[in-house]
Each structure stands twice: as structure tokens, then as C-alpha cells.
Design a protein around this ligand. Sequence first.
Ligand SMILES: O=C(O)C1=C[C@@H](OP(=O)(O)O)[C@@H](O)[C@H](O)C1
Ligand SMILES: C=C(OP(=O)(O)O)C(=O)O
Length: 408
Amino acid sequence: MQVPGSKSITARALFLAAAARGTTLLRRPLVSDDTEGFAGGLETLGYRVERDPRAWTIEGRPEGPPAAEAEVFCRDGATTARFLPALAAAGQGVFRFDASAQMRRRPLGPLTQALRELGVDLVHEGQEGHHPLTVRARGIKGGRITLDAGLSSQFLTALLLVGPLTAEGLHITVTDLVSAPYVEITLALMRRFGVEVERAGDTFHVPPRPYAATDYTIEPDASTASYPLAAAALTGHSVTIPGLGSASLQGDVRFAEVLGRMGATVELRPDAVTVTGNGRLRGLTVNMRDISDTVPTLAAIAPFADGPVRIEDVYNMRIKECDRLDACAENLSRLGVPVRTGRDWIEIHPASPRAAEIACHGDHRIAMAFSVTGVRTPGITLDDAGCVRKTFPGFHQALADLRAGWAL
Ligand SMILES: O=C(O)C1=C[C@@H](OP(=O)(O)O)[C@@H](O)[C@H](O)C1
Ligand SMILES: C=C(OP(=O)(O)O)C(=O)O
């Protein structure tokens, strides 16, 4: 199955292309609500973005946004809502940011506090630490800061990405960090645009240095790949995702290993992953702090395992598009599956799910994950099928095509 491009890589590449000297060509970008929101945000800030469906061209400007004033609406995308204010702060002008109701509820206080400590004039107009906000930008001098990225790695990524645009560079010491593999994606992409970050344990030294434009091909999205791979493990069929393998930059490719621990056969080659199921799944206890976007996928197939599935250390799932731990538990209960949750864990017991309507809470991952349950359980419906547009507008057709191939 061909999977659309990585959301995380597309967002970073758009930031870096905008900040670079020269014109960047991004091949196979993800075209979805999140990344169109990101590209549209750049356009509102005055950058030129040409969007051909197969490749996006961006004219960079190392001095910061071309516009002197702008109002950017970030939609539901946390990459847009957290990365673009940092980019704007490095320029000169007055930039206002707002986001959807869902995104307004999600925090960015540790990031905006760090920007203020670096001298940025940034005001939250409503609730402190949340959108909407206004940045009166006069460039960033740089310096040393301490950051708590225990709620979101995106706070650290935003500061790393903007670091080279500061006058003196940044020394960032991190006291806590969740979703750590996403920081590796950031560092790899920065390197690809010509900037090497020095890392010593919890401290990152970002030099003041211009990014260089490039020609870059975006790999398929590993979180999106979790749905067809889980469907294979659940049904005893085989799925291969070309372009996504052991050479991937994305931590979520490790979801395939979780399916392997549950009994599926996993073949991880440098440029492709194949999962072959045998119709049976084993229960397990697994720490998914690094790969929590794939927790709903696991939760949605967990009832079919022969023992309990316990997923641990995933508190920050509660501050995503919705409270994903509660949403998983609510929907499993609707399906008649015994489930328990705590502050940062969920435990799912074996059951035969019954037909039910899934409450998506406007969350693409809840919709896509429980669609996979629907491959085994007839009569599952979604109350908001369209919310998949955030990262995979063609999801329902793609899943239908996969099932047609298996004649399920
Ligand atoms: O940097 C990124 O591209 C992302 C980081 C992760 O968020 P957190 O660091 O907030 O867990 C992940 O859940 C999100 O989908 C994308
Ligand atoms: C959490 C997600 O998105 P974001 O934080 O980028 O809005 C996601 O895609 O699952």
C-alpha cells in the first residue's frame, strides 16, 4: 500500500525551506489539512509557496517573514501552531496567531515562555500559554535557556528550528522530553538544510548559521502506516509499505516491532516494511512514550489478542486532538470491551467487539484506528468520518481498496 508523505517531515521541511537562502523543492509532500494549513500559514506570512500536487516549491528568506503584519490561522495543526510563532519571532513585524477550538485547548506555554526569556515580545490574548497570541518581532538575539518538553517535543523542535536564525545561536538544556524520536527527525532535517546541532546529553547547541535551500523527497508517514500494518496483523494478510523501512527517520516505524512482539511476522528492510499476520495476536505490556501516535491503533486491535494489552507511559496522549486515553477507553466500552485507564496508561482485555458507533472527537487517529477494528467487526460506524482529512484525506478509500484486495 502506498502511504502519503510524512506530516512531521513535511512541516519541518516547509519551515526550513522558508528559513533558507534560495529556493527549495519538496517532492511528495503530504497534502492534507495539517500541511496545507502550514503552507497557507507561510503564505500569509508573505512567503511564496507553489503547490503542485507532486512537489512544492518554496522561496526562502533567512531574515524572517516577508510580511510586516499578518494574521495566521493554524487550524488543528500543532506543528503549525507551535513552529510558526517561533519562525515569526525571528523576523521583524507584528504577527498574530490563532487556531481551531481543539488546538486552542492544547498547550504551548513552555515554548512561548522560552521565547520570552530570549527577549521576544509575545502576548497570549486569552488563556496564558494557549492560542491566540501576538508576536511583536524584532529578531532574536539568542542565548541559554532551559526547557521542559515533557508535555510535547514540539516545544524543543520549534526552538531548534529557529536557533540558526538567531544572532548568537541557542544553548537549550532540556529537563524532560517526551516523543524523543521526533527530535531526531528535526536534527536530521536541519542537517539536510546545512546546519549541524551539537548535542551533549540534555543540552543542544544550535549555531547561528544560514540554512541552505535543497531538493528533498519526503518519505511516507510512519504513523499512517500503522493502520494498514495493524490490519494485516489482525487478519492474517500481508501488507508492504514501500519507501518506509529501517532507514526511515521516523520513530513510529517501530510500531511494526510491537506487532512483531504480538506474533505477526515483520520484515524490516532499509526501504520497505512488511507485516504478515496469522490471525492470532498475543497480549503484551509495552511502553509507548516514544511512539504515542500509534497507541490508538494498538488499542483498536487489542481486544483480539489472547491476553491483556497494557500500554504505559503515555500521559501526553491526553493533550492531543482530544484526550486519546479517554477516547480509546470510551470507544472500547461502546464495543463491549473491558478496559481500564489510569493517568498515563490503558489496559485492554480480550473480547469479541460488537457493532457500535465510534465517537471520533474530531480526532483523525481515533477514526482511522477504529476503522481497523471494523475490518474484523461488522457494523462499526464513525460519527465524523471526515476528520481523517487532518493527515490522510484518502484514508477510507485506501482501506476499502486494501480490503477489496483481500476480498474481506
Ligand atoms: O514534532 C512532530 O512532528 C510531532 C511530535 C509528536 O507530538 P508531541 O511531541 O507533542 O508528543 C507527535 O505526536 C505529533 O503527531 C507530531
Ligand atoms: C498529535 C498529532 O498531531 P499534532 O500534534 O501535530 O497536531 C497527530 O497527528 O497524531
